[in-house]
Design a binder for this molecule. Structure first.
Ligand SMILES: Cc1ncc(C[n+]2csc(CCOP(=O)(O)OP(=O)(O)O)c2C)c(N)n1
Length: 279
């Protein structure tokens, strides 16, 4: 397997890559935790749920030197992307001190000038359409490069996402892979109570796309979804995730969409996080 950090590409066996991804995923959680404490609140749960997805894409999928592009559709997940770049060694950890400050590109809701972002996607459900546009444009021009898109389950409640899936199948694009972070959360709670989105995989598959549904914290399954040969249509990977992964004391929150620690809670959260640090 070839790892694909921006700086270098080296051939490593799958078990080693899986260990690197798991280690980076933990690091993503820890950076997001630190920012949450420092900023007195952050989109922490999104980093907890998407850590392995982002670590796997950026370690084993994305090769910027061949023209690959990563598109984060739910821009409020930005802290998770910045943390990923820190883990890759592409952003100094000190940059996270600027998180959310006026004039800093390390924006809380990232935009096109933020590290690791390609477009401004704060208005949700646009990133998949943008990714499809890039992938289609590249095919028309005969350009290389794979497009990696991550969307959230809340975005499945918006019509544009389904129009995008329809066009993804229609154009038969194979130079794009889509990951859905299905963390069972949106602003007002679970999508099941706001606007049901299940059965997600069956609905997406009905368009004729190559859909697989996996545990989004299962690193080998993520690596297989990235590496396995493609057929004649785009792959969509529905990742079931836990918004409190690594910090289980957050699991009973009614609204885990935004986390501000209660008095004393950060100490418990840190202890839980440290207990899960890979050796
Ligand atoms: C078009 C649009 N509608 C509403 C919002 C407000 N909004 C910001 S985050 C969010 C929840 C989206 O769901 P998801 O990303 O699944 O939530 P999370 O997993 O982060 O809790 C909403 C509705 C927005 N940014 N854009």
């Amino acid at each position: 397997m070839t790892t694909s950090t921006m700086a270098d590409q080296v051939h490593l066996d799958q078990a080693t890559v899986a260990r690197i991804v798991a280690r980076r995923a933990w690091g993503i959680r820890k950076h997001a935790f630190d920012v949450t404490v420092r900023s007195n609140g952050c989109y922490l749960g999104q980093a907890l749920s998407a850590a392995e997805i982002l670590a796997a894409i950026h370690t084993a999928g994305l090769v910027r030197s061949r023209g690959d592009m990563f598109i984060l559709s739910p821009a409020h997940y930005s802290i998770a992307v910045y943390a990923t770049l820190v883990e890759l060694g592409e952003l100094p950890v000190e940059a996270l001190q600027e998180f959310g400050k006026d004039g800093s590109p390390i924006e809380m809701i990232g935009g096109h000038d933020s590290p690791g972002m390609e477009f401004t996607t704060g208005s949700l459900a646009q990133g998949l359409s943008q990714g499809i546009g890039v992938a289609l444009g590249r095919r028309l021009r005969g350009l290389p490069g794979h497009v990696w898109v991550m969307i959230s389950d809340g975005e499945l409640e918006e019509g544009q996402t389904w129009e995008a899936f329809m066009s993804l199948a229609h154009y038969g694009l194979t130079n794009i892979t889509v990951f859905v972070d299905n963390n069972d959360s949106q602003v007002d709670g679970s999508p099941a109570t706001v606007m049901a989105v299940e059965p997600i995989h069956e609905r997406i598959a009905s368009f004729g796309l190559d859909v697989r549904r996996i545990d989004g914290h299962d690193v080998p399954a993520l690596l297989a979804a990235i590496e396995d040969p493609r057929g004649s249509t785009a792959r969509v990977v529905v990742c079931d995730t836990d918004i409190a992964r690594g910090i289980p004391c957050l699991a009973d929150r009614e609204h885990p969409h935004w986390v501000r620690f209660r008095p004393g809670e950060a100490d418990l959260a840190l202890a839980e996080l440290m207990a899960g640090e890979p050796s």
